[in-house]
Design a protein around this ligand. Sequence first.
Ligand code: AMP
Length: 212
Amino acid sequence: MKLVLIGGPGAGKGTQAKKLSKHFDIAHISTGDLLREQMKLGTELGKKVSEIMNAGGLVSDDIVSAMLAERIKADDCKKGYILDGYPRNVSQAEGLEAITGKLDKVLCFNVDDEVIVDRMTGRRGCPKCGQMFHIKYNPPKKDGICDACGEALVQRKDDNAETVRNRLKVYHETTAPVIDYYSNKGILAEIDGVGDIDEIFAKAVAALEDVK
Ligand code: AMP
């Protein structure tokens, strides 16, 4: 099963991708995570993309598509995968099936901009175990400390209000046309991304019922 998740920054793609990946036993590929890994490792590539990412812009298509093409060669992708954060523009969408073959379904999570700003600026993550929190909606038991492993929580550099607004602008101008692209291909399912995480997940699974 090959799936694509689309939605604005903070629309819940990562959260739902993790759950879907477990449910269907297929790989979860986040191009944002792959790029952040390069930054963390301090590679040349990581240095090259850090300024763009911290400002909320898009990294060049060549870099991201080459990374994706490499990643899907791994063993854990044999049964299929969920792409989270790719494609981000129509040109990436047009080139995608040359990399992946036929896609089964594209899920688009719809969330209003104001809800997104509130969600993202309050988001905190554990750098050690990856557990995510929200200062209002899902606070850790102890302020600033991960419940699971006791590590100090951090905010993603691109989760500040100014960068989030820029990421939303990029989404509306550049990524939203990808929704029409997949709608015209007849493989798009739109899902209301506001509400309880498990209810949204149930809607996503229901939208995939016709996919083998
Ligand atoms: P994300 O974790 O999906 O929100 O991605 C974080 C950042 O990584 C984005 O704001 C972009 O700078 C970069 N990025 C992730 N995926 C792509 C992509 N498909 N094309 C270009 N840039 C990307």
